[in-house]
Design a protein around this ligand. Sequence first.
Ligand code: SF4
Length: 381
Amino acid sequence: MLEDGIGDTVRVSLTEEPEFEIPVARELVARYENRGSHEPIEEIREYPITPYAHHKRTTRQVLNIGGGNVPRVFADYASAALKAEDLKSVGYEYSTELDKWNMSDLACDFLYLGMNDLDFEIPGTLGIVNDYKHWKTVQKELSYPLYCADEYLDAEEKSAVLNFIVVNSDNLTGQLIEAVLDDTTVVFVLSTENMHGMAEQRRMIVKLMNKGSTAPVILKRSYKGVPAANLLIYPPTDMGSILIDGLGDGVWLDSDAGQEELSNAVQFGTLQATRTRISKTEYISCPSCGRTLFDLQQTTAKIRARTDHLKGVKIGIMGCIVNGPGEMADADYGYVGTGVDKITLYKGQEVVERNIPAESAVDSLIGLIKEHGDWVDKPNT
Ligand code: SF4
């Protein structure tokens, strides 16, 4: 909403002490102090998107991007030589004992290497993206080229499967869109340097839609020089509103060397928060207030420690019965305080166990999840 200039006050609700909410709220708001001075963005005359409902833009499938696929996640290693152990930061760990790669739930889909090579074998599920000039010289299996607009139109060699064209609002011309309209191998990478980058990227997608293009798009943003704390805030606000409107077939976040793990987690977190790709357990906990009947922070941490491997399960943790059930309306399971050290458990909106002692309530919650078939054991336990 703030990206679209709507809203006069904000409240950030965290499962922490209220004073920790203020710095986050300040950082959010600070980005809009000077936003009106952004570079101009071409006016939209025909808006093909319904802003009041979620409709995924129809895109054609190119390899595993677009169509019915979840948005893809890119890891940017263009500025550093990559070693096999570095991949742990983006969800892949090599086991020498078993001679195989283990993937976490946050395993990225593509590695951008720019002009760099790899000297080890990568997992088969991972795609490599190289700059076109370099791609021409490397082994083509699992590697796909990235062109600028002119390069693509003049290229002597192209991938038969997947070609990325990086564009900004200046070179995403009607001529380019028409030239590749029927090319079923093209995926656009939308890049922006505009201070109001969300609106500029949205404008580019609208242009593609109005020209009848169904090419998938990757939202690329650069956060070089952005401190880690702000890296948690900027990408979700920049990319989140586009994803919520059903636009975007992938995310690509370019940050400082050393922030790969955080960047990867932020990308998956943004997709999870926009419900476009669920990769972990979802917790809906209330911010707590004077009505809270147990230590919400400690209990949330306890529940997370036992359940954070249950991909796709939504657990509501609410401090009181007054507003709790309403606030966790779309949770699969609910853990709600109903008296001092008394917890009531819910399956969806139905009460299943009333006023059980807090000391055994987490075990009872796990039992309930097992009973309904949503439990799996933690890996390696
Ligand atoms: S659910 Fe209850 S305890 Fe939690 S913030 Fe709302 S009113 Fe307060």
